[in-house]
Structure formats: structure tokens, C-alpha cells
Design a protein around this ligand. Sequence first.
Ligand SMILES: [Zn+2]
Length: 335
Amino acid sequence: MKNRSRVFCCCLLTLGMMLAVGAVRADEDIPTYKVAVTPGFQLAGQVFGRFETPAYALEPALDNLLISVDIKRAAKAVVSSYARFRDAKTGRWTRYEQFETEFHYAGVQPVSGYQLLFVILDLGKGRSVVERFTAQGRTLGEEAMEAILKQPLPFTPARAWPQPPIVSRAEWKARPPKGEYKYHTPQKIVVHHTWKPTASQYTGAATIRGIQNYHMDDPNTGWADIGYHFLIGPDGVIYAGRPEKAVGAHCPPNVNMVGVNVIGDYDPGQDQVTPAIDKSLVEVLSWLCSTYKIDPRTQIYGHRNFSSKSCPGDGVYDKLPAYREEILKNIGEKK
Ligand SMILES: [Zn+2]
């Protein structure tokens, strides 16, 4: 645990110096493939433009890839983004698939390349720019990917659990997402800690805005919005991130996974999990499990179950069995 944190710590220090923005970096996976590309595509004073990137090779091949694009659209412009992938085994390319601002590739079959296409239609003949795209991926392996993508066994709660009070995006002054979300069915809940900021660095809504800015603006991420669906402060305050029905960016491959982040560092010897956190986590997870028929016994995970990281720290991770039990008690099971 310690070593992992230390390695990560060095990366963070370097990054922190590069960014000079202080402790706003939340704890996301370290991808083995990571690029931030400024393609230089722009349409100005014209009605139509079609821009294709070169084909990018993925070596080694990846079974998950998150592509995020930043596009500055002219007032009347309609911009369509497309991605296609090369099957690592057959070498064959998929068809171009349209997406809005994030493309989440996840498959048991790895892909050895990808290519992007942007089509801009602008009757107003303004100026639109494909400013940047980022891509991040880390192979999980056939067995892990198969388990993740498998449909969980059906579960029926005995009763609905009410939604706990949640600070809305408007209340914490969230920026709007860069575009339309991609939607999924919540099937798994993945619990994280931020690692940084720590509990003592938490300053309420400003901390959530800091995490969102980092996730949306930094070339290491560049996502469409804050990556998590819910964040919980050390004071137990719950904040809304992405809608839980939108695919997030917190634990590859992200699809069908709801990310709940506890702010603080719960690695050994660091922050303490407060009773307020216990209460809010159980409340929000009970509500999610009852609403989406998620079996708390088998479908609540710590980030470390899918990653080599220590997230959500032993402090939170060791409590997951107790949380699962309490949640099951709250919502019951209809046999
Ligand atoms: Zn995590």
C-alpha cells in the first residue's frame, strides 16, 4: 500500500509543480497509455469540414480506452465526433461510431489502434476548433474484463430507500459538462477516496469545484465533466457529480459503474473515517442499491478491486463489508 502511494506521490508532486494549482487533484487511475493531442483542426468561414486524425497505434493493445474531446463550436455549428478501433487479433477496423464528448471503449477483445473523425457543419460560417483530445487506457486483462462486463445476477430489494439530501450541481456551482453525457444502467458501485485533497484540505464546495476543474481541464484527464457521480466530504455532506445514469470517468471501463468518492486520504496512518462519512455512505448507497436493484453483497466494490491502487484506502476499504451488511438491512431482499 505504502509503496503504491509513494510512487503515486512522486507523480503527483511533479504534476503539482507543473500545474501550480495546489491540492485539487483527485485520485484517478494511472493509465499505461495516455496522450493529449492538439490536432489543429478548424473550420472558419465555411459551411462544411471533415477532419480525420491519423490512425494511432496502441502497443500493447488495450481493452479499454477513454477518449475525451474539447471542441470550441461556433454559434450555429454542429460538430459530430466519431471513433473507430482496430481489432488486435484480426487487424480489422470497426465502423466509425459517433460520440459526443467522451468515448468509452471497453471490450474483452483488445484493440491495437484507434482513429478519430470530426465533421463540422456550420451554416453561420463561424469558427469552430477541435482544440484537444485526450485518450487514456490501461489493460485490465481478459478475465477481469469478462467479469466486469458480465450482467450481475438479478436482485430485488424489499423496499425503496429515500434519497438522502444531496448538494446539487447548481448549489456547488458546477460548470456544465462539455457536451451530452453517454448513458448507462447503474449495476456496480465503486467506492474511492480522493487521496488528495486530504480531509484537512477539504473546504466544502470549493474542493468539489477544484476536482471538477482538474478533471475537465488538465491534459492528464480532459474529461467532459467531473469524473465521479457522488462525492462525500469528511463532514458527511454529499455532492452530486455526474448523474448516476451517465457514464463516469473514475474506474475503467466505467460503463455501468457508479463512482462514489470519499474526500480524504484513508491510507494507513492518514485520515480517519468519520461517523458522518459512515452515515452518508450507507445512506447514498442504500438509495442507489434500492433504486437500481443493485445487490449490496456482490456489487459494491473498492476501486482497488479493479486497479493496482490502494484506493479507497484501508480505512474505507476495510469497512465495506460492514457497509454492505447495513445496506442490505436497510433495503432488504424480496425473495
Ligand atoms: Zn479511486
